[in-house]
Write a protein that binds this ligand. Structure first.
Ligand SMILES: [Zn+2]
Ligand SMILES: [Zn+2]
Length: 164
């Protein structure tokens, strides 16, 4: 299929869109949290838990914050490639508490837009024809009326010859 049947989620590909600066920031936040908790916060706390628990808590807190930083970077880039207001959404996910901003974002986000194969105009998914050059984005076989791939020479279902 030609990507017409919706998006396939691929974690590795999704992670690739996170800006490098945000990955760096996440790593800094992770180690910063270890230092803050282990070297400062627990040292001053008279009732601090045993060292093993301290390390575990620091690891957990550090990872959690690092994930939040990565998600901020992800939402920023993801909103942009979907033609949404990336600044607005980035601010929203940062400031709406309890991750509710993220939940709203992932529920309401628009589908990824793809360019028209003929003229390159970014086309909203679901369109049958390119609004700019009238390119048929979802061609069907004239004989059996099944959806076929753009640029196919023969219908793969009934072998009818197709004019492009
Ligand atoms: Zn076009
Ligand atoms: Zn056919």
């Amino acid at each position: 299929m030609n990507g017409t049947s919706g998006e396939r989620f691929n974690l590795a590909n999704e992670l690739k869109i996170i800006p490098k600066a945000m990955v760096g920031a996440a790593i800094l936040v992770f180690f910063g949290m270890q230092a803050l908790l282990l070297l400062v916060a627990f040292r001053r706390d008279m009732h601090a838990p045993p060292v093993a628990i301290q390390s575990l808590l620091a690891l957990l807190a550090g990872s959690l914050l690092a994930v939040v930083v990565l998600l901020i970077g992800y939402v920023n880039r993801d909103a942009k490639r979907r033609g949404m207001n990336s600044v607005l959404w980035t601010v929203l996910v940062i400031f709406v508490p309890n991750a509710i901003g993220y939940i709203i974002y992932f529920v309401v986000r628009d589908p990824i837009r793809s360019p028209c194969p003929q003229c390159g105009t970014i086309v909203t998914p679901g369109f049958n024809f390119c609004p700019k050059c009238k390119f048929n984005l979802h061609p069907a076989c004239p004989q059996c009326h099944r959806a076929i791939e753009v640029g196919a020479t023969f219908c793969p279902y009934c072998s009818a010859e197709l004019k492009s």
